[in-house]
Design a protein around this ligand. Sequence first.
Ligand code: ADP
Ligand code: MG
Length: 498
Amino acid sequence: MSEPLLSMRGLTKAFGASRAIDGVDLDLSQGEVHAIIGENGAGKSTLMKILSGAYRQDSGTMTLDSLAYAPRGPGEARRLGVAMIYQELTIARHLSVEANVMLGQERSRLGMVKKSEHRRLVTGALALLEHPDIRPEARAGDLSVGAQQLVEVARALVSDARVIVFDEPTSSLADRDAARLFEVIERLRLKGIAVVYISHFLEEVRRISYRYTVLRDGRSVGTGRTSETDLSAIVAMMVGRDLSEMFPRVPHEAGEAILDLSGLRVATLPCRADLTLRRGEILGIAGLVGAGRTELLRAVFGLDPVRAGVVRVAHIDHGRATPGGRISQGLGLVSEDRKGEGLALGRSIEDNLTYSALSAYCRWGWLNLRSRRAESSRWMASMRVKATGPSQPVGALSGGNQQKVALARLLHQRADILLLDEPTRGIDVGSKAEIYRRLGELAAEGKAILMVSSYLPELLGICDRIAVMSRGVLSPARPVGDWTAESIMEIATGGVDV
Ligand code: ADP
Ligand code: MG
């Protein structure tokens, strides 16, 4: 094997008493895409900030092209050929694409900016991106998030980067932008650039990386060729536990029927849904995106009008439903879009937990803040929310912890029927496993859980029964043992009549 382009040896970095990075070795070769995988807090970003000069390691060394590499800051790292594309973009929105690309690396002679050279460099870099919206004179703020990210890539190209680090680049991208990014990464690789790709989305890692390194608690716990390693083995390395512990099963038993849908129809989709949900069961709804699953939950919760059919809660038809009415009947919804309509990210955890059931703390128009804080702490502990305290803004939490707050809110409002739309999407495996366990415990307490998910392993892993939605039609719910991933997909894609 040829000499690595970049080597890290024995890197450590502590913040106060906690070791974020604890003796990491890593080699990067020219023209490889190397994935750094790990749960939240594993140390991925810290390691890459050392590489890109944002942090200085406490001990350990790095070499670039066999020469000692110890950048004193991101600027020096860039000059030496290492660029990092951050999760939060650093684009100047009011400037043009060209100005953004050249920012901090203007070419000038005798105090004059060399405009024609700028245009040549920028055009050259943009050619590699092949993005129709990214023109040198376009205003950066008008571009999509994905395109803005590519502008940062252009900036790295102009600085002749040999190593480009992407820190969870797809977490805020639409599918189309993500696909485009993968193509760009492939072209960077072919140019001989070493790409480091941080992610906890394993399917993505599988798709684009040649090698991977798994970090856990600041240590490298495994490295290898991506194509030669099972996803389940990688998951086991990430979480430090077995895959059977990924879907912990808490014994629970289905009881009386508590939610009954018959012939339910909504304006667009679903066009036919019949379902009976019982206490103490987890019922999954599979299907393709756009099949009408979200709309089904919204209609049951009173967010969208029901066109035909009946929803009975504990055998009672309450007529036209509103979300407020449904909450008082014991329903709760965790929406798919936890940022848009689920949680108020700027508000504190306790505000988010309690706002749907504030009256418990109100006496004669006063809000009892102390009891509210105590209750919030209790629910946070029950969901194992990792945060500095109830007053921390929800937006500062990791995705997994945000989702736990959203679930805790339903528990706080004493919901008996939990409607969950993609409850684990975009969160790390460790938080997923915790949420699965908690759902099992809730079922054991007699709650009824109706869960929409596009992630088949979790439906098969934790549900008691599964129904499949295909173009607005819900199949009968069958015991999980009757299903396989293939039989679910067959119905979801409309291949089989039910
Ligand atoms: P990852 O990117 O894998 O999620 P990070 O590198 O961000 O992990 O964090 C690793 C550990 O270091 C975490 O425990 C985190 O809380 C801590 N940490 C990261 N940055 C800082 C900081 N600036 N100050 C204090 N602690 C930090
Ligand atoms: Mg990070």
